[in-house]
Design a protein around this ligand. Structure first.
Ligand SMILES: [Zn+2]
Ligand SMILES: [Zn+2]
Length: 281
């Protein structure tokens, strides 16, 4: 059975609504789907309502951007919407996200590429808005020829229209996730920018002792030996090898739900191993 434990909807920066995402998962024959929007659980109720009659197991989740050198993403699965230590923290993080969008809009205006917060909100379709939406608006207005160009020239770290925002440390996020009954998983580890084995070992030891449960090994775009390498790394550090497509709809062209670039296969067994760590507080 095909499972996907990392996807995005219009509740953050995906192009499909939560229910459209679920319908797609059902039509593709997926048995389990985790919705892991950035910093928000807002899409979960809609996704769950769509999944129930279709006999698809919907795993509620979120993806967090953490304070770490070149950036670190943490997927937290089985995090329920409502009140809780991490859930409450997400509310203040979202406020930080809108302040940051306003700062970037100001920078773009100053650089002669005016866009407005209204245009951004419209592009976001009612969900939380981030840099991919800003890039899309810049493209529509003819300031850049592609979303990638918007990032390369203007929006990436150290580029003229970059603005940072407050982020949790890995330890803070992991302990809040655990305290909230969620299962923390280190996402797409290649983006950490770590090339040396001993540095990766140090980091995993540090995160494991903070309560990390899983490590994504089954990511779209990884070659077979990379997936095996990360799965092996997970085993050595007592972590569960997880993964998913990181589906964003039309914001990541060519990438399919479930199968990624065609060769992705997240083992069904990962779900049960991860679920064993999900404890209701
Ligand atoms: Zn990510
Ligand atoms: Zn993601």
């Amino acid at each position: 059975m095909v499972v996907d434990l990392h996807t995005h909807s219009t509740a953050s920066d995906g192009s499909e609504t939560p229910s459209a995402l679920v319908e797609m998962a059902v039509s593709m024959g997926l048995s389990r789907l985790a919705l892991t929007d950035h910093d928000t659980l807002e899409g979960i109720p809609e996704a769950r309502a769509a999944a129930e009659p279709a006999d698809l197991e919907l795993i509620p989740g979120v993806e967090l951007s953490l304070d770490y050198q070149g950036g670190m993403h943490l997927v937290v699965l089985w995090l329920e919407p409502g009140a809780g230590p991490l859930q409450d923290r997400l509310v203040s993080l979202r406020a930080g996200r809108s302040l940051r969008n306003a700062a970037i809009v100001d920078l773009l205006v100053g650089l002669g590429m005016p866009i407005t917060l209204e245009e951004l909100a419209e592009e976001g379709g009612g969900g939380s808005v981030g840099r991919p939406h800003i890039a899309a608006v810049m493209m529509q207005k003819g300031y850049v020829s592609s979303v990638a160009e918007a990032f390369d020239l203007w929006l990436s770290a150290d580029k003229p229209a970059y603005s940072g925002r407050p982020r949790m440390t890995p330890e803070e996020a992991i302990s809040l996730a655990v305290a909230s009954g969620g299962v923390p998983i280190l996402a797409h580890p290649h983006t950490l920018g770590i090339n040396r084995a001993h540095e990766m070992a140090q980091l995993l030891t540090r995160l494991r002792s903070a309560g990390l449960v899983g490590l994504e090994a089954f990511c779209a775009g990884y070659r077979r030996h990379e997936r095996e390498g990360y799965a092996d790394l997970a085993r050595r550090f007592g972590l569960v090898a997880s993964g998913g497509s990181d589906y964003h709809g039309s914001y990541k062209p060519g990438l399919a739900l479930g199968t990624g670039y065609g060769d992705l296969e997240v083992p069904d067994s990962a779900v049960d191993l991860l679920r064993a760590h999900a404890v209701r507080p």
